[in-house]
Structures are given as C-alpha cells and as structure tokens.
Design a protein around this ligand. Sequence first.
Ligand code: FES
Length: 105
Amino acid sequence: IKINYVDHKGTNFEVDATEGETLMSAATNNLVPGIDGDCGGSCACGTCHIIVDENWAHRLSDRNSEEISLLQMTPDFEDNSRLACQIVVTKELNGLVINIPEHQM
Ligand code: FES
C-alpha cells in the first residue's frame, strides 16, 4: 500500500505500508524525516502531526476530541491536520498523499 509523505519543500518519500499499521509506524519504520512518534502512538506527543492532502481528507475517519486538542497545540494546525498514529492503513488508502508540517522538519 503506497503512502506518499511530502515535506514542505515538495520532496516525496514514498513508503510501502502494511495494512493494519498506522501512518506513524509506516513513517518511522521507513525513516521518513519529520515524523518522530515520540509517545509510541498513544495520542500524547504530537510529533506525528501530518496534514492530509485535500483530495484525501474526506476519505479518512473523523478526528476525536483528544486528537483535536493535541493538534491545536502544534504550530502548523490546519483543517486537515491529523495525528499519524491515529490512522490505520487500509487498502483504500493506496496512493494517499500527506504533507509533513514545516515546523517538524
Ligand atoms: Fe505521539 Fe502520535 S505518536 S501523538
């Protein structure tokens, strides 16, 4: 399942993700820069902040209140901001494009 992580300069890191893992683990396992996942995926650190491409945002599950309040503390918070550790990779996400916030680089 191909996931494209694009940094703020436009560099694309294409990762081969496995169904069932999170967008955070897919990034950290493949050393995508800017996604650290310091808390190990428990929705507590905010270092896995990503901004989902406009064309994909509506295909993902909704953010819960815990996710939103943590995201609001990050400097690049936007409408399509998500925590990568809260999104599970499925076949439907093949080709997904997500942006890495500039402040995390
Ligand atoms: Fe810490 Fe996602 S890994 S909030």
